[in-house]
Design a protein around this ligand. Structure first.
Ligand code: SF4
Ligand code: SF3
Length: 548
């Protein structure tokens, strides 16, 4: 196998024997086969679009199935077999539509690719991935940029899928996804073309995050600062993990009147900030656990049922796997998968039954809480206060310390960095990387909290709007603001977000804990010369440089 799509990749140069995430070579091969089939659908979609043939079903399928191939989303080869079969059905259906209007159409080799569905999908997946590597023509920098585009596209597809679930779509995104997937088959593009395509992924990802922000805020209101208990309350319990607020709401709706308390886990913590969720569902109570990599410990301790709505799922332990359910693109062989009904949400009865069978919380704990809900609306509504504090020298600098968390010890950098930030500086944070410091009491400056949680990784959109709003107020560009971005990455959503920041021309980003293995030294040099993208050093060195 060969996979180097995430930060955890073995020895920093690709997982070859078994995924460090727990992905087997077999699952990896079937994922590669699916990606190959999706690359073969893309030119058919583009042709169909030229002829005004509707492609919506294929577009949404492409988003969901690319999402399934992201790190820590789906480890179930049976589900990938189903995705491959559906991909071929959809492709052939669309081809037939095209041929009705243009009988002489010529299809390329990848578009005609036909795996033997009765045969060994793993062997066929391995063959397609070897062909991708061979076809890169030995230009390692182009291969690096192709992988950057593919991984960024996976992140973009996942956000577009989240937005679609909340009825927010932009056809431009689907058009671009087909163009980018089709481009992966080309060997006539220059290094510059690939750089531009990677930046275009970032541009469209900004649009996807904007749509998702609209989906969340139009449906649930703008986040407002909200205190979230970290101590449980007595009684039966359901824990919801992942990023999907629509699924969280479906669980809340279906548990009304059951006396089950619903807790968030991981990237769902910011859901507590949405006023309409809190008002309509008082049994959305608190948050349990920290970031994804601690789930084996957290899930074993949770005395109720658990639903994983998106990444990041880890291979489950047998001491808790019977109480874990997956939905949407998420899967693991042996865990119960709940398929969507026509309204886009599952029937959560099996989860409710499981929660009622399990003991729930039976002992009280002392009260602890964190505050969430510092989205763009909340922060920009106090922009005058912020500006005054900066002008009076009370706020010296802003740091955006956010991104993904992970298990490697070098991620302690981010905890130490936050601990060492001087008391006249404000820290904005987002995504699951915040769990390293989210419950620290950092006080306030003139009534403004020094630590503000902007939300999930996709709320990078909100952080960008905050930065643009402040830049506007100070009449400077974002790069001139007293703001430094200290980012941590793990999976492909983070790749897409990084490309968005680069396409906006944001400079001086510090990235860690290690640089992506798929970025070659030449490509990194380009990014460093043009964007001053830097690898993190030590908290002391980076802090001193940011505050110089
Ligand atoms: Fe390795 Fe990451 Fe790929 Fe998993 S997703 S196989 S850890 S590179
Ligand atoms: Fe986290 Fe997986 Fe990336 Fe959404 S939940 S930021 S790692």
């Amino acid at each position: 196998m060969f996979c180097e799509q995430c930060e955890q990749t073995a020895s920093g140069n690709g997982c070859h024997q078994w995924g460090a995430c727990g992905k087997s070579p077999e699952v990896n091969a079937v994922q590669d086969l699916l990606v190959h089939c999706l690359r073969g659908i893309a030119p058919v979609v583009l042709k169909a679009r030229e002829l005004n043939i509707p492609t919506h079903e294929v577009d949404v399928f492409t988003c969901e199935s690319l999402f399934a191939t992201m790190t820590n989303v789906n480890f179930d080869s049976k589900r990938f077999r189903t995705y491959v079969e559906r991909a071929l059905q959809l492709r052939d259906g669309l081809k037939a539509e095209v041929q009705k209007l243009e009988p002489t159409v010529q299809w390329s080799e990848i578009t005609n690719y036909q795996p033997d569905l009765q045969g060994d999908l793993v062997a066929q997946g391995v063959k397609t991935s070897l062909e991708v590597i061979e076809k890169s023509g030995g230009n390692i920098d182009i291969f690096s940029l192709k992988l950057t585009v593919l991984y960024g596209v996976k992140g973009l597809a996942s956000y577009a899928f989240h937005a679609y679930e909340l009825e927010q779509e932009d056809d431009k995104i689907y058009q671009f996804l087909a163009e980018a997937m089709a481009a992966l088959d080309r060997d006539d593009l220059t290094l510059e073309d690939w750089v531009n395509l990677a930046l275009k992924v970032g541009e469209l990802n900004l649009r996807a995050m904007e749509l998702l922000d609209a989906g969340h805020t139009l449906t649930y209101g703008h986040p407002t600062p909200t205190s979230v208990p970290l101590n449980p309350r007595l009684g039966k319990a359901i824990l919801v993990s992942g990023h999907d607020i629509k699924q969280l709401e479906a669980i809340l709706r279906q548990t009304v009147g059951t006396e089950i308390t619903v807790y968030t886990h991981g990237e769902l913590l910011p859901a507590h900030g949405y006023p309409k969720l809190k008002q309509n569902y008082p049994h959305l109570y608190g948050h349990f656990g920290t970031a994804w990599q601690n789930q084996t410990k957290d899930f074993a301790k949770f005395p109720g049922a658990i639903v994983i709505t998106t990444n990041c799922l880890m291979p489950p332990h047998e001491n808790y796997d019977t109480k874990v359910f997956t939905v949407g693109p998420v899967g693991y062989s042996g865990l119960t998968f709940l398929p969507h009904r026509i309204d886009g949400t599952p029937d959560y009865q099996p989860v409710i039954q499981k929660a009622l069978e399990l003991p729930g919380f039976t002992t009280e704990e002392s009260a602890r809480q964190v505050t969430v809900g510092f989205g763009r609306n909340a922060v920009l509504s106090v922009a005058d206060q912020v500006i005054d504090a900066v002008k009076q020298g009370k706020i010296r600098h802003f740091f955006l310390v956010g991104g993904c968390d992970g298990a490697k010890p070098d991620r302690n950098y981010y905890t130490e960095f936050v601990e060492k930030v001087p008391s006249d500086c404000v820290i904005l944070t987002l995504a699951c990387g915040k769990f390293r410091f989210f419950d620290q009491q950092l006080g306030d400056i003139n009534g403004l909290p020094r630590l503000m949680d902007v939300g999930q990784c996709n709320d990078a959109y909100s952080a960008i709007q905050i930065a643009l709003g402040l830049a506007n107020a100070f009449n400077v560009g974002v790069n001139e603001l007293p703001l430094s971005m200290i980012l941590s990455w793990y999976e492909q959503k983070a790749v897409a977000v990084l490309l968005t920041l680069l396409c906006l021309g944001i400079k001086d980003i510090r990235l860690g804990p290690t640089l992506p293995a798929f970025i070659t030294p030449n490509v990194f040099q380009f990014l460093s010369e043009n964007y001053n993208l830097q690898a993190i050093k030590t908290p002391e060195e980076d802090l001193a440089a940011c505050l110089a």
